[in-house]
Design a protein around this ligand. Structure first.
Ligand SMILES: Cc1cc2nc3c(=O)[nH]c(=O)nc-3n(C[C@H](O)[C@H](O)[C@H](O)COP(=O)(O)O)c2cc1C
Length: 220
């Protein structure tokens, strides 16, 4: 797939079929994602791939934590008191999701349903977890972002879809022991990977983007 097409066709997909993703595809995706740039070539990412039994254990543990009200916020995903235009953008993206669930807006039931879907990897057969060591600085968080984008675009190249998920940080305390990841390390994001269930509205959400001129100043 051409790069521009991969960028244009990437969307956060929140409904997957149970079609198996060959294990060698995931390794190959990571084998290319590792070519990502990183400041000082630190390559700070630590990745776990979960399928099968381990995936099932993690989903069960995450749902248990959710049901028991034992989720946490080890780091703020958004700045407090989000301001415009970010506040509206976030709200609009959420509204799209809730509408796809058949809700008119953000309700308690809808929020609970969306959390359960998240913790179930939206039905995707492959889950990825991305960790950083706690001493890493904002620059290394940037590096991890580049790596995540590489993974998502490489997924498109193989006909796969993905959804990056910061929500996994809220249950990192139950995920980390299952993965054997050192307790101090930061679970920055998870990611669902699989074949999109094209019939599901949650696989077809189209979010807006601001024009180039709204965020760019060209200097001559
Ligand atoms: C770092 C990061 C974390 C995200 N976390 C979640 C998440 O926990 N759950 C979710 O459903 N979507 C999550 N998203 C997806 C965003 O909501 C999505 O990228 C945004 O609305 C734009 O839509 P698009 O990816 O379909 O273009 C995350 C995206 C990024 C980049």
């Amino acid at each position: 797939m051409e790069l521009t097409e991969a960028i244009k066709s990437r969307r956060s997909v929140r409904a997957f079929t149970d079609r198996t993703v060959p294990a060698e595809w995931v390794r190959d995706i990571l084998d290319h994602a590792r070519l990502s740039a990183s400041g000082g070539n630190l390559q700070p990412w630590r990745v776990h791939v979960v399928t099968g039994e381990t995936r099932a254990r993690i989903v069960a543990a995450a749902l248990r934590a959710h049901e028991a009200g034992e989720t946490r916020n080890p780091f703020p995903v958004y700045p407090p008191g989000l301001w415009e235009p970010y506040r509206t953008r976030r709200r609009d993206a959420g509204t799209l999701r809730f509408q796809a669930l058949g809700e008119t807006g953000r309700t308690a039931e809808g929020t609970d349903h969306m959390a359960r879907l998240n913790y179930g990897f939206f039905g995707a057969p492959v889950g990825l977890f991305f960790f950083l060591e706690p001493r890493m600085e904002p620059s290394q968080w940037t590096d991890l972002g580049l790596f995540l984008q590489n993974v998502m675009l490489l997924c498109r190249d193989r006909g796969l879809s993905s959804c990056p998920q910061a929500v996994w940080s809220t249950v990192s305390h139950v995920v980390r022991p299952i993965l054997g990841e050192p307790e101090a390390n930061v679970l920055v994001a998870g990611m669902s990977v699989g074949f999109a269930d094209e019939d599901d509205p949650l696989a077809k959400l189209q979010t807006d983007r601001a024009d180039v001129d709204s965020f760019t100043t060209f200097h001559d």
